[in-house]
Design a protein. Structure first.
Length: 302
């Protein structure tokens, strides 16, 4: 059964002391799959996946993560630690009445997905990661591969106070717009897409909140790396990523008990946009077994 965007539902979900804006689709009693976007996107980053996964019988929820677009934007760097970000998703599942759920993440969203899968295997049925490495891998890889260190220069820049906000806001977000367009294949992002991203970036407090995800990294470095991942994992990697090298995919899979890596040589960092057909097929095949393992509760918690 195919569904269209008119059947997508806009919802507000209380979780972890905040409220997240989200788009939901598919049967509300189906296995839950949470789609987590990265920087600098919002739920729109999954516009090519929502309909396909919902039509496969999955209860799809794509939230604006905290600090983004129409979700709450708590102040302070401490509100954006990895623990807060993962607790948001556990609370989201509780609000919807699910004990176990599957998670799909891209970029920063995949960092949250890695953390969820590693530290909360009792809650995560399956996890798919798109162009984002296991956190423990990135630390080692940066030391061993200077080329990756050069590609990650912007992380240091984002640590500065105020300056990144000023730079990114200049010219109606010209730097962010150029970054999206130059790092993607031609035609990946339409003028309409860019207009919607600019609208999201213009939300009061959004730009600082988005950058606080990076600024909170210093606190993330103080905690132990997440352990090995026990739950089934699928890593999907666009090899023409301007920010992350392909070798990070296999290095990440080595931290998993059950992982499969798929490289898409023609795709960039924005793999779910550019290779939507391949990504959708890989995700549908991978997430279908959640019907046998994902548990829906009529009461939240646990």
């Amino acid at each position: 059964m195919r569904m269209n965007r008119s059947e997508w539902r806009r919802i507000r979900l209380p979780t972890n002391g905040i409220t997240l804006n989200a788009v939901s689709a598919g049967p509300e009693d189906g296995p839950l799959v949470v789609l987590l976007h990265g920087f600098p996107e919002f739920w729109l980053g999954w516009c090519h996946q929502i309909e396909v996964l919902a039509s496969a019988g999955l209860h799809v929820v794509a939230p604006d993560q905290r600090g983004y677009n129409l979700s709450d934007k708590p102040s302070g760097m401490g509100a954006y630690t990895i623990r807060q970000l993962t607790n948001d998703m556990l609370g989201l599942a509780d609000t919807l009445g699910y004990r176990a759920f599957a998670v799909v993440g891209h970029d920063w969203g995949a960092a949250v997905a890695w953390e969820l899968a590693a530290r909360h295997p009792e809650r995560i049925a399956r996890a798919a990661m798109l162009n984002a490495p296991h956190p423990a891998v990135l630390r080692r890889y940066l030391l061993q591969h200077p080329s990756q260190l050069l590609k990650s220069w912007y992380i240091g820049f984002f640590q500065l106070p105020l300056v990144p906000e000023m730079a990114l806001r200049t010219g109606h977000f010209a730097m962010l717009t150029r970054s999206l367009l130059r790092s993607a294949q031609p035609g990946t992002f339409s003028k309409t897409d860019i207009a919607r991203y600019r609208e999201a970036w213009s939300q009061p407090g959004a730009l600082t909140a988005m950058l606080n995800w990076y600024r909170a990294l210093r606190r993330y470095a103080l905690i132990m790396p997440p352990p090995r991942v026990e739950v089934p994992v699928r890593v999907i990697w666009g090899d023409r990523d301007a920010f992350l090298e392909p070798g990070l995919a296999e290095a990440s899979a080595a931290f998993c008990d059950d992982a499969e890596v798929t490289h898409l040589p023609h795709a960039t960092h924005w793999v779910q946009h550019e290779a939507a057909h391949e990504v959708n097929q890989l995700l549908t095949e991978f997430l279908a077994p959640t019907a046998a393992t994902a548990t829906h509760h009529t009461e939240a918690g646990g």
